[in-house]
Design a protein around this ligand. Sequence first.
Ligand SMILES: [Zn+2]
Length: 557
Amino acid sequence: MKNLIQMSFAGLLAFGISACQLNDNSTENSAILADSTALKLINDSALAGHISRLASDEFEGRKPFTNGEVLTLNYLEKAFQEIGLEPGNGSSYFQDVPMVDIKSTPSPKMSISGKGGNLTLNHLDDFVAASRHLVPTIDLKNSALVFAGYGIVAPEFGWNDYADLDVKGKTVVVMINDPGFADKSLFKGETMTYYGRWTYKFEEAARQGASGIIIIHETAAASYPWAVVRSGWSKSKLFLEAPDENKSRSLVEGWISQESALKLFKIAGINPDVMQQAKQKGFKAVDLGLNMSLSVKNEIKRSVSKNVVAVLPGAKQADEYIIYSAHWDHLGVGEAINGDAVYNGAIDNATGTAALLVLAKAFKQAEIAPNRSIMFLAVTAEEQGLLGSEYYATNPLVPVEKTVANINVDAMHAFGLTKDIVAVGYGQSELEDYLSEAAKRQNRVVVKDPNPSAGFYFRSDHFNFAKVGIPALYTETGDDHITGGVSFGKAKKAEYTSSKYHAPGDNYDATTWDFSGMVADLRLLYEVGYKISRETKFPAWKTGSEFKAIREASLNK
Ligand SMILES: [Zn+2]
């Protein structure tokens, strides 16, 4: 089957096999294709029923640690019970997610000194910094600065910015994004790999034992201006409670502006062209001959939120799981805009949460039950940094090597049917092949995300599954509207981003919402999961995926 499916449509015709024969006629095929009873359960009114409740003012914007959380958790538990799914955590539908809220306040000045002079950087204008160590005061004194290019160790691309470098006790200064951003022949070209994300830079610096890590901001390479870094780092942040109290992290993590980096290279007596050289293979890290001092004060608060987890046991390979995920949380009640203070998050992500319930019912009522178990996981605190999914992935309720795939739903648009569906991070895994095959049956196409350098594959919950090696699929609504075309679809998305995204205007509106696109997309996601549930093979990451090696190691354990 696999080889046939992977052949092009034209290839099949050349062999005299029609798509009909391939998909419908053999007994084997009818058993792996979704039946119409199940597909019909994925419909407008089923979705609207859940979305209108979850996105109502009564649910107060579904923020963790509020009454909105209590209502949301109760709603999901009751719905999963009514559908007939089993609790996914022993006798409970919940998984506790312990979190810490850290408000880091660095000293107002970062002091840098060396042979060529001294430099003082101002908090927020020139630098931001925080510490994840769960202690009230952190003092970094005279830490030697080392410029380590992109700060990347990527054996599959033959790249190691830390080669022959001992950074223990030192502070590394690195560039944002990956070498493919500058030179399309390197890494994955314009498609950002995980090595380009700031979260990776911090993780790698910690693995290398660096005491501090500073990222040089650059607007194009980061895909957002300094103002976004500045505001994001001015607030307290939620993290998962870490058993080691985050002692394995670098003491200080932060960013400096591009202008500050140029000043830094100047007093180090180093030509700023070193940043260009760092974009080439074989670059060697440069000791800047400078010392940096900074202190950080931490205010720490602890609290517990919950993931919701329900399971439909498989008929044959019940110990193997396909996990559908969506974040139930949103932003709660906040600053009023046009007299509305409730951030209802109807699109983001009452749609995905409702999708879990609708998919669960379809799987439960399928004429031929799935062989593999299906888990429905509604995760908390996505908006605070993908925390519920990170907790699940690092404290899984079923083994990672028995988790066949993750399919994540986050924010489906309601402007109608599109001819395309976007596979975010296109090229990552074979799950996209299942999606393409299902899309073909709907006379639709799978396309790649239009802005791959922004790294959207690393910005929703599926990414935490990918990080532990589980192949993960994340789709977005396409642009090519069935009657209005690409211009209509793009305009609708732009309107959402500018006036509704993360604003009180993200409301459910029964009079204007067109569910046809959402229904079609969800039926595709159902078909992908259903087909995999009737197989024995494990879909794999594609060659070149940064997650392939970790999956292979985990499966061969
Ligand atoms: Zn979301």
